[in-house]
Design a protein around this ligand. Structure first.
Ligand code: FAQ
Length: 313
């Protein structure tokens, strides 16, 4: 009976577009759904530092190095906001990190592809951050307060990241023929993996029904994918680059572009651990975690000592 009362209050909040806060009653499945999504998102941010971190030492100018460095640091910050938001749901950061490091938890498929040339820094910023923003703008209005507030800050930073990438693409596409060819090659390799970032087609997305019912997601995977295509095609046209999908064509009736689906078999392979860089990414995260053990030990020893001093005073 008591539970029913809380459940009605929860439903009423959702219906009113109010946010749910950590101390509010929430259904257990809502809590679990959020822990899954927020922690996968956090893992994506910190694994996402690796493909771009790969180019910091080889950036072609001091300016581009500083900008790339700032972007990669931002991704680390996003991971921290998101882990903190997940912790408000009663899960520990150690547990979440353990799930990532042992390969139990998912992170975005996109970060299992290699960054082969400097033009990839352009394509990642333009397409990967572009897709991330498309998905994340709706998450600013997600129903869970701490996630929503983290997303507001993250979106501000992501828009700088997208511009950083598009600037690199612009310089290369309007540069020498060799640079333009590199930009085209990067677009060719990153287009379909970026389309996969929105998740499987709606008909094959097991989590969407609850996510929409609980206003965790406010738009479906396919709706966001369509918006992303509509936004990106004119940007490629401006750059004078060719979209690597011959089926992209304006469809007046739907006021959007028709497009081909990415290869969903490849997607499934990548998210089950068999993409081009999955093993390398997990090895790099594990190494960073092990190398940082002394920092955690020192911080814990300091916190313990400080507590003793306060308690003795
Ligand atoms: N990769 O039922 P759905 C960034 C999994 S942006 C891997 O449709 P849902 C910024 C899904 O987890 C990237 N796995 O699931 C950046 C589920 O598996 P599960 C991160 C995927 O949750 C830029 C299963 O497939 N952004 O990091 C993917 O309703 C540059 C069935 O899928 C976010 O995480 C995928 N692409 O929709 C950083 C945004 N797609 O858990 C550095 C928040 C699906 O049942 C550099 N997340 N799966 O075992 C979301 O919006 C959603 O979780 C989706 C998936 C849209 C990713």
């Amino acid at each position: 009976m008591e539970n029913n009362k809380f459940e009605s209050q929860f439903e009423a909040k959702l219906a009113n577009n109010d946010v749910i806060e950590p101390k509010d009653w929430m259904p257990e499945n809502y809590r679990k759904h959020l822990i899954r999504q927020i922690s996968q998102h956090a893992h994506s941010e910190i694994v996402g530092m690796l493909p771009e971190g790969n180019w910091i030492t080889r950036a072609p100018s001091l300016r581009s190095k500083v900008v790339l460095l700032a972007k990669v640091q931002d991704e680390g910050g996003h991971g921290l906001y998101l882990y903190t938001a997940a912790e408000t749901l009663g899960v520990s950061r150690d547990e979440l990190l353990d799930n990532l490091l042992t390969g139990k938890a998912k992170y975005s498929s996109i970060f299992n592809y290699p960054t082969l040339t400097w033009a990839d820094m352009g394509a990642v910023g333009w397409l990967v951050d572009g897709a991330a923003i498309m998905n994340q703008v709706m998450l600013q209005r997600t129903s869970y307060g701490p996630y929503s507030r983290a997303m507001i800050r993250i979106c501000k930073e992501e828009s700088f990241h997208q511009r950083q990438g598009y600037e690199i693409m612009t310089r290369m596409a309007f540069g020498t023929p060799e640079q333009k060819a590199m930009a085209q090659d990067a677009l060719n390799r990153w287009w379909f993996p970026s389309m996969m970032m929105f998740g499987p087609p709606d008909a094959e997305s097991p989590n969407s029904e609850n996510a929409l019912k609980w206003r965790i997601k406010r738009e479906t995977n396919d709706q966001l994918r369509q918006k992303f295509v509509n936004q990106t095609v004119p940007q490629a046209e401006y750059l004078g680059l060719t979209m690597p999908d011959p089926n992209i064509k304006w469809n007046e009736a739907k006021k959007g572009y028709d497009y081909s689906d990415p290869d969903w078999t490849e997607f499934k392979n990548v998210i089950s651990g068999n993409g081009p860089c999955n093993k390398e990414r997990l090895a790099a995260r594990n190494k960073a975690h092990n190398d940082g053990a002394w920092v955690r030990e020192a911080a814990n020893a300091f916190a313990k000592k400080r507590k003793e001093v306060y308690e003795a005073a």
